[in-house]
Design a protein around this ligand. Structure first.
Ligand SMILES: [Zn+2]
Length: 54
């Protein structure tokens, strides 16, 4: 019953620069942004990569 949703989904992402995990939004276009905004990690331009946990 898995429906493909056009909505963004929440998952765990890891910053590719500093390796810090945080909660991120994954948008339908593939962009990943931290839920908490710019304070997710100390990087000036963080680049989060979504990970599958479990
Ligand atoms: Zn970082």
């Amino acid at each position: 019953m898995a429906t493909t949703s056009p909505e963004k989904r929440r998952t765990i992402g890891v910053c590719e620069r500093c390796g810090k995990p945080t909660v991120v939004w994954v948008h339908p276009d593939g962009s990943v942004r931290s839920v908490s905004g710019h304070n997710a990690c100390p990087c000036p331009t963080p680049s989060f990569r979504p990970v599958r946990d479990g």
